[in-house]
Design a protein around this ligand. Sequence first.
Ligand SMILES: [Zn+2]
Length: 269
Amino acid sequence: MDLNEFITRFGTEKKCISFIKNHREKKGICCPKCKSEVKNWRAKHLYWRCKCGRKISLKSGTIMEATKLEYTTWFKAIFLMTHIKKSYSILELSRLLGIKRYRTVWYLTMKIRMGMGKNLLAKEYLQFFYILSNSSENEYNINELKHHSISAIHNTSTKGEDEINLIAPLQLQWNVNAEENRLRKTGYRCLKILGAQKDIEFKNPITPIKTSIQSWMNKLLSNSNRILKGAHHGVSYLHIQKYMFEFSFNYNGRRKDKFEPLISSILED
Ligand SMILES: [Zn+2]
């Protein structure tokens, strides 16, 4: 999708709303309370109303839930993030989107990155365990990222057509849980994102197989490292998986349109 097409299709709040509404209605809206199908759309308040009285808002059940951002902002951010070979820093995106508050843009991009990971987790890809070296107790300094060892499982396709999913190191799991407990006490709002990260199934690494694949894997991992280093000042271990989702998503979609698949995955439950 080029910029002209994007503006024609998603240039206004109204267009974005009707796109989301149609997209969700095509799949069918199910009432979370009584499980019946809901069709009664209230355009004024942007929700569906079930016979049982339950209101289902346009954003509910999607990644956009519990945010007050405009729909056009979401679509613009998704467009930008799917049309760059590397990655945007939060500051770059906040300038482009015209949002001054750092945390708002951070939250937005992290949610989009989680959306990028949704389909990766649903399918079996060539999965890599991404092993990092830590520079301090709490933070992985991006300039010191190294991969000590890499492992591949689920070899699904031939070279050239390959699709991958980089997986954060196994040993970070307990750290994530510890950090989550700490954040719960502070009431930090990114807990929702972290909750989703728990769904990742961490499997035991297997020793790398063929040498030819290994050199290709090394190339891939150094590419992802370079992208992370080039765009971001620091990536905490807590969120490294989300950056990997972004890299894997972009890698898998390198010859395809990425915008529409990402929108669909973001609008799904
Ligand atoms: Zn109902």
